[in-house]
Design a binder for this molecule. Structure first.
Ligand SMILES: [Mn+2]
Length: 238
């Protein structure tokens, strides 16, 4: 697939995501990014032939072999993406917050190119959270238009399988920053704090919601709402 689609979808003047380039040779990195975009999902990526083969997994990986998680193939990503976490601005492709949820090495159990192209990829993961044998199997999607993109990701039965453990709830934090996705804020902030809203008293509206991400990325909706307390804005600017 290569990186053409990855480049076509992004404006690198606007997104902090790495431009990267296709790598040479074969390494065996893998990563999982938790991505709060329009919908929360987990991006599962395996290095193959100098790029990260990528699947978006809406429900995330599970240590229970009975959980077959839908994994929609997405565009190849550059190897540099394996270190990325940050905030993709609203309005850009994939706009939202990304944390590096897991990373490590992977190891194919069968010849990986043949396995990938036949739609049955067995592998082991040596991550900080994900371990043991896993499988990605191509499946017929519910929508025929998705037939070429729909895979299932699931844990194989082995000693690393833990049907009783919800790894997503138990270990929500980033392996890079230690932060949960709700705690991640934009790294480069304007030097002067945003002026406090004048007429609205902070938190005075019933059901007022403090949307940090929207405040920080300066969307019109959040400015209009203007309901974040100044202390929480300052806290999030540290
Ligand atoms: Mn994503």
């Amino acid at each position: 697939m290569g990186l053409r689609e990855y480049y076509d979808k992004r404006d690198f003047n606007k997104t902090p995501e790495p431009r990267g380039k296709e790598g040479r040779g074969q390494g065996w990195s893998f990563c999982v990014q938790k991505h709060a975009a329009t919908r929360l999902h987990y991006d599962f990526r395996l290095e193959l032939d100098g790029v990260l083969k990528s699947w978006a997994v809406p429900k995330g990986p599970s240590f229970d072999p009975a959980d077959k998680r839908l994994a929609m193939m997405t565009e190849d990503h550059p190897l540099e993406y394996g270190g990325f976490e940050g905030i993709i601005p609203a309005g850009e492709y994939g706009g939202g917050t990304v944390v590096l949820w897991d990373r490590g090495r992977w190891e194919p159990i069968e010849e990986p190119h043949k396995a990938y192209h036949s739609g049955r990829l067995k592998f082991r993961l040596f991550g900080e959270k994900l371990q043991g044998a896993w499988m990605l199997v191509k499946t017929k999607g519910r929508d025929p238009r998705d037939a070429e993109k729909s895979w299932l990701l699931f844990k194989e039965r082995d000693q690393a399988a833990e049907p009783g453990t919800d790894i997503l709830a138990a270990r929500p934090e980033s392996v890079k920053s230690g932060r949960r996705i709700e705690e991640l804020v934009a790294p480069s902030m304007p030097a002067t704090p945003a002026p406090a809203p004048k007429r609205l008293r902070p938190g005075s509206l019933p059901g007022a919601v403090c949307d940090h991400t929207a405040m920080l990325t300066g969307t019109r909706a959040s400015r209009r709402r203007g309901t974040c307390s100044s202390s929480s804005i300052q806290a999030s600017q540290r």
